[in-house]
Design a protein around this ligand. Structure first.
Ligand code: WT7
Length: 631
């Protein structure tokens, strides 16, 4: 049960968490099951980057997610699984059944020679087996790396290779709305470029005929059936890695953020419990995919660590109709609903009767995550979904932070439209200007950094600690730089304004402009490309590409648009598709040859009046050209 149940208790917890860090976290850690108690609560800082929490402690996170609840309430429902197509049968798993499935899966992995510390790649849709598999991997001390089922074969191969996975778990195919995604076929393509893969396990979801590679490919269904439902948890060190999750940055290839077991466990669990104020008879539903961090922390770990009952949904918000989300809320009497602004905006655009016909009276708390929520969407969510009775928690956090960092606490601290508001206990946000000077006083505006490690911070980038240092700790030494800009109002409430680096947030998913440009550059008709984000009514941000062609005149813009999107779908996945392109004779550059993205972002957003001084550019005339084309 949550312990921050009043504004006073929030303040008290916050003060203690920053002043008496060790005793604050010791008390929380003691509520978990340990094989061996830790020696040292925390060590390391954002200078030495040798961060450790609960060092010397030994545990298995799945005992905390499963076994201890099975002892207390074996028949409590852990998961209500809702299939893509509502005419298919839904499934329910109690904590006892969940543990048995996890154990069976764990035994299958062991049987396929997966050992402690090995990396296991999951490339699946939102089937219960994905959840079983991730927990099974944690049970035997392997490290899971879940790759979202919308990524392409190339992207999958890159992620398999980066952390040398010898096993991939997938599905035959994945129903998603009206479509079916050929996950096994894509896995086969990826494996051609991923020599480390020895075994592919396939969950038979639809039964479609697939290619089976002898001695490499096995159906999980039968293997799980014949596996034992008991598996002793591997005893792990607090700082052993739990998982790797890839995300895009402003440069280079996606990076595998690595999280440690004990710190992440406490962070996912605490933030879930306090922010949502989850009570034991509540029904939680997070609409994210386990392929993203939200599905790690608020489907897999946070709710299960708290013994919660939750809904897991395989499908999409608009299938078979745009009332699907609301039908599911009604069907399972969901009390806590956590989704992304992009989904809210998409559903807001549909007939309001889709909402009105559903009974939403079970709802108590609403949540938002993934991108800044605009005022109109916030108001609609509040009025039409929450019926002005449900606090909305606007939760700001990142793949790197492991769990929620800045958010109001449902019904406890005030919700302010479009504001994440206050830091959770142990989170010390500060704003700095471009020179690294701390901006004190209110109101203020600057780059959002965090002082001092919290338990859930990612410990490294897999295989590249140097890149971890460079990416997050070099801009402002001693501070974690989030890549986001933020404002603080008169009362100190934070409002996150969005990325200040070359990362675009498309429907709550991060895409690096450099990644997209690299793919575009492969096209023979393009000499140079610059990609920026621009405001998009549903996605939050769309992708805008400025293209300099290799042979002027002969290029058809519509054809190029289609070809580039095909290429991007192949190399990255549909989420990297361009929304708009413009063909130009040149890109605005400084005299030293640096592309002026700031100007390109303004042009893409039609902010022609505030471009600033362009006279110092190498080629100010291209700015005029671009403006005249877009106006
Ligand atoms: C980026 C992190 C956090 C899980 C899903 C995304 C943006 C996230 C908010 C929010 C404004 C937000 C930030 C952040 N973001 N939540 N409540 N308000 N912006 O995880 O893919 O690691 O992306 O999402 O820009 O840096 P992610």
């Amino acid at each position: 049960m949550p312990h921050i149940t009043s504004a006073e208790l929030y303040q008290k917890a916050y003060d203690e968490s920053t002043k008496n860090k060790d005793s604050y976290w010791n008390r929380i850690a003691e509520t978990f099951e340990w094989d061996t108690k830790w020696d040292k609560t925390q060590s390391g800082d954002f200078n030495n980057l040798d961060i450790k929490w609960f060092d010397g402690g030994k545990l298995n996170i799945t005992e905390n997610c499963l076994d201890r609840h099975v002892k207390e309430h074996p028949n409590k429902i852990a998961i209500h699984w809702e299939p893509n197509d509502p005419s298919e049968k839904a499934k329910t798993f109690t904590y006892k059944e969940l543990l048995e499935n996890v154990n069976r899966f764990a035994n299958v992995l062991k049987d396929k020679n997966v050992k402690k510390g090995d990396r296991v790649c999951f490339y699946m849709s939102m089937v219960p087996e994905l959840l079983f598999g991730v927990l099974a991997s944690a049970r035997i001390g392997a490290i899971h790396s879940v790759v979202f089922g919308g990524f392409s074969a190339k992207a999958l191969a890159g992620r398999i290779n980066d952390c040398d996975c010898k096993i991939v778990v997938t599905c035959d195919e994945a129903p998603r709305g009206e479509k079916k995604v050929q996950l096994k076929e894509i896995t086969d393509q990826a494996c051609k470029e991923a020599p480390s893969v020895e075994t592919v396990l396939i969950y038979r979801r639809t039964g479609v005929k697939i290619n089976i590679e002898p001695n490499r490919d096995f159906y999980l269904n039968e293997l799980m059936q014949s596996a034992q439902p008991e598996c002793k948890p591997e005893i792990m060190n607090s700082e052993d890695p739990l998982f790797i999750l890839y995300t895009s940055g402003s440069t280079g290839k996606p990076k595998g953020l690595q999280h440690s077991i004990a710190g992440y466990m406490l962070w996912a669990s605490e933030t879930f419990k306090e922010v949502f104020q989850y009570g034991q008879n509540d029904i939680f539903w997070c609409t994210a995919d386990i392929g993203w961090i939200t599905g790690h922390s608020y489907i897999t770990y946070g709710p299960l660590l708290n013994g919660a009952t939750q809904v897991m949904f395989e499908g999409v918000p608009t299938f078979p109709t745009p009332s699907r989300f609301w039908d599911i809320v009604e069907k399972y009497k969901v009390s806590h609903f956590y989704t992304a602004p992009t989904a809210i905006r998409a559903l807001e655009a549909c007939d309001i009767n889709c909402v009105k016909k559903a009974d939403l009276s079970s709802l108590k708390v609403l949540g938002s995550v993934g991108e800044p929520i605009n005022e109109e969407a916030w108001n609609w969510y509040n009025k039409e979904i929450g019926q002005e009775k449900c606090p909305i928690v606007d939760t700001w956090w990142q793949t790197e932070t492991g769990g929620i960092m800045i958010s109001n606490i449902a019904g406890v601290t005030p919700a302010i439209a479009c504001h994440a508001t206050n830091p959770l206990p142990a989170v010390e946000p500060i704003l700095v200007d471009d020179k690294g000077e701390v901006i004190s006083g209110n109101p203020a505006k600057g780059n959002l950094c965090i002082k001092n490690p919290w338990p859930g911070v990612a410990r490294t980038i897999y295989g590249d600690h140097e890149r971890y240092k460079q990416t997050y700790f070099s801009a402002y030494p001693g501070l974690y730089f989030t890549g986001d800009g933020a404002k603080r109002d008169e009362n100190g409430n934070y409002r996150i304004t969005g990325r200040v680096d070359d990362v675009i947030n498309v429907s709550g998913h991060r895409i690096g402009t450099a990644e997209v440009e690299d793919v575009i550059d492969e096209h023979e008709s393009v000499v140079e490309a610059a990609v920026v984000g621009f405001p998009h009514p549903i996605k939050g941000q769309g992708i805008f590409a400025y293209l300099t062609p290799s042979s002027e005149g002969s290029i058809n813009e519509d054809d190029l648009f289609i070809e580039l999107n095909k290429l991007l779908t192949q190399k990255i996945g549909p989420i990297a598709k361009l929304d708009k392109i413009i063909i130009t004779n040149g890109l605005p550059k400084t005299r030293s040859g640096k592309i002026m993205r700031r100007i390109l972002r303004k042009i893409a957003a039609s902010e022609f009046e505030t471009l600033g001084d362009i006279s110092t550019l190498l080629n100010p005339e291209v700015v005029e050209e671009l403006i005249s084309k877009l106006k």
